[in-house]
Design a protein around this ligand. Structure first.
Ligand code: SF4
Length: 213
């Protein structure tokens, strides 16, 4: 798909989902970092249900760093991979407390050095906590829809991100994942998309789609 057609797709999505946004609740960069780490392979509403109690109990990076791991894990026990995620949050906050003066770092390199934080999460933190747009967070919806829409021929998230960064002007990078998430949840679902109800039906090449509703 060429870039003018791709921009047409974004325009239609913007019209359809004018309220598309980042769905994790947070009131500080540290809260966002913790919520984003918890959100891997978990629905946003499940994370949002768990974080109020967590954020009340642990307020600073030092609080997480010195937390008893069992207590921290039990606070997020309804979230899948709770033990692993709690361990990574504790270890990351230890680094934040010791090397970054308790403040969440604001560069991709420093964020990616934290245990449990990959490029997708680092992008989400930079964009949503600091309004620093250096890339596009490629979550499962971005990956699936970019493929079906013919925006990429790659399966690797880092390569998909590069393809999207080449296809779209920077002004679209922040909004794009929010729009794709809303459309991916409502219509272009995995495993079977509802193409007959899709506003993009005429524009979309439906790459790799073998079954559709
Ligand atoms: S036409 Fe089908 S495959 Fe393409 S975006 Fe819409 S639902 Fe997804």
């Amino acid at each position: 798909m060429d870039s003018s057609k791709a921009l047409q797709v974004v325009k239609l999505l913007q019209k359809e989902y004018p309220k598309a946004k980042y769905y994790l609740n947070f009131s500080s960069p540290l809260e966002l970092l913790v919520a984003a780490m918890l959100s891997a392979q978990v629905r946003d509403d499940v994370v949002n249900a768990a974080t109020p109690a967590l954020f009340k109990k642990y307020r600073t990076a030092k609080d997480y760093a010195s937390a008893d791991l069992e207590g921290l894990t039990s606070c997020v026990s309804k979230i899948s991979f709770a033990g692993n995620k709690a361990r990574n949050i504790k270890a990351s906050c230890n680094i934040i407390a010791e090397r970054h003066n308790g403040k969440v770092p604001q560069t991709m390199e420093e964020l990616e050095e934290l245990p449990g934080i990959g490029r997708k999460t680092a992008n989400a933190i930079l964009i949503n906590a600091f309004d620093k747009v250096v890339g596009i967070p490629c979550d499962t919806h971005v990956i699936r829809l970019s493929w079906r829409l013919g925006w990429t021929k790659n399966k690797n998230p880092d390569k998909i991100e590069k393809d999207l960064m080449n296809l779209f002007p920077k002004s679209q990078w922040k909004k794009l994942p929010h729009l794709l998430k809303d459309h991916g949840r409502a219509v272009c679902r995995a495993p079977v998309p509802s193409c007959s109800k899709c506003i993009l039906n005429k524009l979309c090449p439906k790459q790799g789609v073998t079954k559709r509703l």
